[in-house]
Structure formats: structure tokens, C-alpha cells
Design a protein. Structure first.
Length: 170
């Protein structure tokens, strides 16, 4: 099934290199411009969005009326929320880079995050555009044999659950 996963535009914490999970930050002016650049470039499909405002606003500026969906939220970083990547303990950095065994204190274990995300993806019955976060996109890509983050304000098209079709950056 065709799914377009769109990573939200830039926030202040993205710019500062800080972990951003469930903290509900707005887009920066650059993030709003990134979202507007998507307008007219994504297929006219039903849309869903993380219920966090950076994803909802990206959907709105891209020209979509998205259904707010908590299952599309980023991983909950718990006590690590807002921590700088540079100051993060090596143990956490390594687990995040490997995308295995990550369990932030007071947050959401990677396995629970993946169950939440994949449960939603598997529940979809028709092609859709999903406005979401870097971790969600990375989890989907890894499930299809790729790894890595896509840039802020960009998208990836999937034939879920079979293969990656294309990477899109306006």
C-alpha cells in the first residue's frame, strides 16, 4: 500500500541539536517555509498527522486537513527530553544510533514505540499521507531494509510493508 511519510519542519530544538519527543514545540519560520514548500507536491490522499503541533502545522501548511493521531508521535524521551545530543551519555547515543535497546528513563522503550507505530501503519486500509517525526520515519525505513533520517520538511514514499519507493525533498 502506498504511504507517504512526511517529516515535520524545523523547530528550535531541532536547530539546537536537542532531543525532541513529546514536547509540543512550534515550527520555526524556516520550518514553516519547509512545510509550505510541500504544498502541491504530495499526492491528494487522505492524511493523518501526529497530534503534536509541529506535525499538524506542517500538514496544514502543506495543504492537508489531517486527522490528528497520537500513534504517529515521536518516541517519548522521558528524562532525556530536551537533552543535547552532544551532552548525551555514550550508552544512550549508541542505542539510538543502532536503533536497538533504547529505553530512556521515564520514557518509551524503542520496542513499545515500534509496536505503536507499526500497529497504526498496519491498521491503514487505503493509501495515505502521514505527517510525523524522524523516529517514526526511521522505524518504517528500517522495517523495509533501509536506515537513516530524512531531512526536516521532506518525505519518503513507501509500498508498505514491502519496499521504499522514493525519497522526496522539495
Amino acid at each position: 500500500m502506498e504511504l507517504w511519510l512526511v517529516r515535520h519542519g524545523e523547530t528550535l530544538w531541532n536547530r539546537e541539536g536537542r532531543l525532541l519527543g513529546w514536547t509540543d514545540l512550534p515550527l520555526t519560520p524556516l520550518g514553516e517555509a519547509q512545510a509550505r514548500a510541500l504544498r502541491g507536491k504530495l499526492p491528494p490522499l487522505p492524511a493523518y498527522s501526529s497530534d503534536l503541533r509541529r506535525a499538524l502545522r506542517t500538514a496544514e501548511l502543506a495543504g492537508f486537513q489531517a486527522v490528528a493521531t497520537p500513534a504517529l508521535r515521536e518516541i517519548h524521551f522521558g528524562l532525556l527530553e530536551g537533552a543535547s545530543w552532544e551532552g548525551l551519555e555514550p550508552l544512550y547515543k549508541e542505542a539510538m544510533l543502532r536503533f536497538q535497546g533504547f529505553a530512556p528513563p521515564g520514557g518509551e522503550a524503542l520496542e513499545a514505540f515500534q509496536e505503536r507505530v507499526f500497529g497504526f501503519l498496519e491498521s491503514l486500509k487505503t493509501p495515505a499521507v502521514l505527517f510525523t517525526h524522524g523516529g517514526v520515519v526511521r522505524a518504517a525505513l528500517r522495517a523495509l531494509g533501509e536506515d537513516g533520517l530524512i531531512p526536516l520538511g521532506s518525505a519518503v514514499a513507501l509500498d508498505w510493508p514491502h519496499r521504499v519507493l522514493d525519497h522526496f525533498q522539495p
